[in-house]
Every structure is written in C-alpha cells, then in structure tokens.
Write a protein that binds this ligand. Structure first.
Ligand SMILES: Cc1cc2nc3c(=O)[nH]c(=O)nc-3n(C[C@H](O)[C@H](O)[C@H](O)COP(=O)(O)O)c2cc1C
Length: 227
C-alpha cells in the first residue's frame, strides 16, 4: 500500500518468524454481517505472537511475519514503498471499558467525498488491532512537523502511549491531540481484509483544521515541509 512505509527484509527476504494462528473473537464475529451496510465487516483477525523484530525494520515495533511467495524480492517492494512520502498520523479510539488505544500510522488516506470516507491500514498483528477492528469510532490526528516525538511514542511497544497526557477528549469524545494539524473523527464504516493489514474505513463525522505544516514520513525517516 502506498501510504504504509512497509517493512524491512533480511538480506534474502527470508522468513524469520512463523505467522500467529488466525483467531477470531466472538465479539468480532457477531458484528461481521451488517444488514444496514454500515456495520463493520471483519473478515479475519489474527492473534499477536510474542515476536519482536530486529532493529533493521522500517519503523520501530513493526512485527515481521511469514509471507506468501512473491514474484520479486520483497526488499524491492519495501525499498520502493519507502520512497513514497506519507503523512504521519496518530489513530486513537476508546474501547467499551474506557481504555484508550492509539498507534502511529502513515497509511492514512482520503477515500470518498460522498459519503465522506477515509481509510487507514492497521497491521493484523498489532496490539491495537482488536480494539480498532471492533470499535464504533476512531480519530485520526495528523501531526505537525515538530511532533515527531509523539509519532515515536505512539509507535513504541510495551509502553503507555497516553502517559504524557497530550491526548484529551475532543471530537466525538475521542482522545485527540489538541495541537495536531488536522483531526478527523470517524465512525467505523467497514473493516476490509488487506492481506496482513486490515483496512479501516471511517465515515467522517467531524473535522478540525489548524494552521502549519505536516510531518512527513519518507525514506524511513521524518521530514518537515517548509512553512
Ligand atoms: C512513521 C510510522 C508509520 C507507521 N505506519 C503504520 C501504519 O500505517 N500501519 C500500521 O499498522 N503500523 C504503522 N506503524 C507501526 C505502529 O505505529 C506500531 O509500531 C506497530 O503497530 C506495533 O505496535 P504494537 O506494539 O501495538 O503491536 C508506523 C510506525 C511509524 C513510526
């Protein structure tokens, strides 16, 4: 996918870890068929394995998994995708128990004007996947050039990403970053199978637009636009 920086490879693109077994929660399965067309459809939810990637991956915390045979070197694909600039966003949501979830994502894109839809792609092995695939709403915070510290924190595994207190209830009551460049608050329209990622399609319910310049992710690093 163009907006996702992709993942790194070993020298021969070799498989280093086995994929976790596919599992599906009863909660997710129960919501899989919506007659109204707006109920999220979750085709598959994979459990998260104990694996931790080596440091050569394109961004911290990204799990490496088994993959299907490809007609070209996987490293070629990730090298090509790494050259495609993308926005740096933090997606947030709250589950039924009130727990906040969030992750850094560059795979955000506008999808449709009528109806107003956006999308973001989430690794099926991520610790946040279950929360986002079964939520009824989520927020996308598009970060400013000077907010790379927030991006790194929301990409880090095994920490409380909300500990710094820079996300507070904003549009739709969702955790938002007040100083973000743009916020897009959505109801979850659909969850589409996207290989090892799920494509979360959101129906836009509210937006906020600030002034300034966005943070960009390109060539496996953060870059800033001139203001
Ligand atoms: C700049 C940047 C962009 C990222 N983009 C995505 C993305 O689009 N989708 C995704 O699933 N993970 C993306 N990640 C990785 C997640 O933020 C996170 O590190 C990963 O899901 C592992 O987190 P976990 O510990 O919750 O499993 C990105 C990380 C960085 C630093």
């Amino acid at each position: 996918m163009a907006g996702d920086p992709g993942r790194g490879e070993g020298p021969g693109g070799e498989i280093l870890f086995a994929a976790p077994a596919a599992v599906r929660s009863a909660r997710t399965a129960g919501r899989a068929r919506g007659a109204d067309g707006r109920t999220p459809i979750v085709r598959r939810t994979e459990g998260r394995g104990p694996q931790r990637p080596p440091a050569d991956l394109p961004f911290p915390g990204h799990p490496r998994k088994a993959r299907e045979p490809m007609p070209f070197a996987p490293a070629e694909f990730t090298r090509a995708m790494a050259r495609v600039p993308g926005p740096v966003t933090v997606a947030t949501t709250v589950d039924a128990a009130g727990q906040r979830w969030g992750f850094t994502a560059s795979s955000f894109s506008s999808l449709s004007l009528s109806p107003p839809l956006v999308l973001i792609c989430l690794d099926k092995g991520a610790s946040t996947h279950e929360a986002f695939a079964t939520t009824d709403r989520f927020m996308i915070n598009i970060l400013r050039g000077e907010q790379s510290d927030i991006a790194l924190r929301f990409a880090k595994s095994g920490v409380d990403r909300f500990a710094d207190g820079d996300a507070v209830p904003l549009e739709l009551g969702l955790p938002g970053i007040p100083e973000a460049l743009v916020r897009v608050a959505c109801s979850l329209e659909q969850v589409v199978d996207g290989g090892d990622h799920s494509i979360l399609i959101g129906r836009v319910e509210a937006t906020y637009t600030g002034d300034g310049a966005p943070l960009i992710y390109c060539d496996r690093g953060f870059q800033r636009l001139a203001e």
